[in-house]
Design a protein around this ligand. Structure first.
Ligand SMILES: *Cc1c(COP(=O)(O)O)cnc(C)c1O
Length: 379
């Protein structure tokens, strides 16, 4: 079976983990801080504003908490998003208001976002579908004009940029994911960026029991009596990453450019092998000033054929899938709304295998089997 995604971990990551074992410090510490600094440099932001967490989901929940969202507030987000996006909103008592997306890119236009904004809108939460940057600069400008916070879910877009500016640095708060199916992984893990210095400080506290930053080592060294005391500033949780996963993350980050380059090659291979197939739409190409992470490769077929093609591919040893199940169809998040672009994408889209360990031969097999499956399922 050809996997739709899989991690790339090897000797370098193993060696980094071994070093952590030898150092006897596993928790959040020097390696976590070094990973944050490196990630901040990679993004082009200030290091103190970046925090290594145990998941992107933790970051999304932290984001809605930091913004002080609550009952009576509304948050606009695309229905074509991950459940954690909606959960992080609903958990605060605020209402998720789903906007539509372009059925081809699966990103909302700035008009899609604006259409559902009301005076109760306190935040907008966007992701970049499959690594393809959305209408992020214009949406950020709209949010600034309206005094609305912008949260970027950059889980899929760790290497995406617009005009040289990294996705995740347009909004007020952003998260990245290093979950096992993401391009770079720490097993579980995530990164948070908070633009405002005061909110960034509070994020650090809230992510670790609400305890004020005060190193026991430093206070002991200063000769203070009872250096084991704690100052609890907030009702915090325990959302931070650790040095074991940070060590893996540092190696993965150094390999990221090669991973993305390989994914770009595979995208081109698919584009060429599948060009001109009757009734099949290939993923849209980003505008020249947009760089994609190439996280997903998605094809679109007429609704009556998509499911049959997926089943036929499975029988042929090629696993495919779809992301993301439309959130506006989840009763837990509220009554159904009419979002035709999202529904069209949901009914017609299929993700083909794409990961950096995929060989040219495997990608050609996927393309060949896909063409055969499409033929079998009728035009
Ligand atoms: C994977 C993913 C998440 C969740 O990331 P975790 O690190 O598993 O919490 C959130 N949003 C999007 C768009 C994702 O793809």
């Amino acid at each position: 079976m050809i996997n739709v995604s899989q991690p790339s971990l090897g000797d370098e990551e193993l060696a980094a983990v071994q070093e952590v074992f030898a150092g006897n410090w596993l928790g959040y510490g020097p390696r976590s801080e070094a990973f944050e600094e490196r990630f901040a440099r990679y993004l082009g932001v200030e290091p103190g504003h970046v925090l290594f967490l145990n998941s992107a989901t933790s970051g999304l929940f932290l984001a809605t908490e930091l913004l002080g969202l609550g009952p009576g507030d509304e948050v606009v987000l695309p229905s074509a998003g991950f459940v954690a996006n909606a959960n992080a909103v609903v958990a605060t008592g605020a209402r998720p208001v789903f906007c539509d997306v372009d059925p081809r890119t699966m990103n909302p236009s700035v008009a899609d976002v604006e259409r559902v904004m009301t005076p109760r809108t306190k935040a907008v939460m966007l992701l970049h579908y499959g690594g393809l940057p959305g209408d992020i600069a214009a949406t950020a400008a709209l949010c600034r004009d309206r005094g609305v916070a912008l949260i970027e879910d950059a889980a899929c877009s760790v290497a995406s940029s617009v005009d040289g500016r990294m996705c995740g640095t347009f909004g007020d708060i952003a998260v990245w994911s290093f979950d096992s199916r993401k391009i770079i992984t720490t097993g579980d893990g995530g990164m948070l960026h908070v633009r405002d210095p005061e909110l960034a400080r509070r994020a650090h506290r809230l992510a670790y029991h609400g305890i004020a930053e005060r190193s026991a080592f430093t206070t002991a060294a200063q000769g203070t009596d009872r250096w084991w005391g704690l100052d609890v500033e907030y009702v915090g949780r325990r959302l931070i990453g650790n040095d074991l996963t940070a060590a893996i993350g540092q190696v993965q980050l150094s390999r990221l450019p090669a991973f993305v380059a390989r994914r770009a090659e595979l995208t081109t291979l698919y584009d060429e092998a599948l060009a001109g197939l009757d009734g099949v739409r290939l993923p849209p190409r980003p505008p020249v000033d947009h760089r994609s992470t190439h996280y997903f490769y998605w094809v679109q077929l007429p609704e009556d054929r998509r499911d049959r093609v997926a089943k036929s591919l499975l029988a042929r040893g090629v696993y495919t899938t779809f992301r993301y199940m439309p959130l506006h169809r989840v009763p837990l998040y509220g009554p159904p709304v009419d979002l035709p672009g999202t529904d069209e994408a949901w009914a017609t889209t299929l993700l083909l295998p794409l990961h950096q360990a995929l060989s040219d031969g495997e990608a050609r097999t996927v393309a060949r089997e896909f063409i055969a499956a499409v033929g079998e399922c009728g035009a």
